[in-house]
Design a protein around this ligand. Structure first.
Ligand code: ATP
Length: 202
């Protein structure tokens, strides 16, 4: 029988440093599934998902070259919470399935990491063996995103995003590990400690 490879979820609010933390895990040889990036790709490449999105939003959801009409979809979903819920209802299961298939293909890893901003909000946490949350103060997160963004997101855009995400306090309650990325503790030692604990669980 194949040995069980643990599935670890890693989450955190916008700008908390999830991706930065994942890059460090990658240097330790841990495969990382970036759910938000994969979701964007699947919305274009997965024929069943494309069909479901067209059923919800019409043919205009896609441009003639097959690319997703993000502005059109975002505009509808922003003003219509039911449509947003329906969109999530088709996207999240497709990403879960894709993430499961990806995990099952990682035969030689001690464990895998799944990075998702909305891990708890999407219910994806239920598929994970352990959960890591990356936390940092809200003001620091806003400043990091504004610095990173190259002007694509305004302060109010970031604040609106934060308002829709579960608070750090709520996430911490439901997590097995917390990485503090407020500048007071270096990331690498915190990650090495979690990594060792996860290796010892095997
Ligand atoms: P998102 O949810 O938007 O994808 P994220 O949680 O993945 O964000 P990152 O992209 O890792 O966050 O980090 C946000 C920005 O802050 C990046 O530009 C990153 O380089 C920077 N950053 C992360 N951690 C630190 C740190 N400890 N010190 C300084 N800058 C940092």
């Amino acid at each position: 029988m194949d040995k069980k490879i643990l599935k670890i979820g890693i989450t955190g609010g916008i700008g908390s440093g999830k991706t930065t933390a994942c890059r460090i895990f990658e240097t330790l040889g841990i495969p990382v599934y970036y759910a938000d990036d994969r979701a964007k790709a699947l919305m274009v490449d997965n024929p069943i998902l494309v069909k479901n999105i067209k059923n919800l939003f019409g043919e205009q959801a896609y441009a003639t070259d097959g690319s997703l009409n993000r502005i059109y979809i975002a505009e509808i979903a922003f003003h219509n919470p039911l449509k947003l819920k329906e969109l999530n209802g088709v996207v999240h299961p497709a990403v879960w399935q894709d993430g499961e298939d990806w995990h099952n293909a990682q035969k030689h890893a001690p464990y895998t990491l799944k990075e998702a901003a909305l891990l708890f909000e999407s219910g994806g946490n239920k598929l994970m063996d352990k959960i890591i949350t990356v936390v940092a103060p809200v003001e620091m997160r806003i400043e990091r995103v504004l610095l990173r963004g190259g002007g694509t997101m305004s302060r109010s855009d970031v604040e609106a995003r934060i308002a829709k995400q579960l608070s750090d306090e709520e996430k911490i309650k439901q997590s097995d590990f917390v990485i503090s990325n407020d500048g007071s503790q270096a990331l690498i030692p915190q990650i090495l400690k979690i990594h060792q604990t996860l290796l010892d669980l095997k």
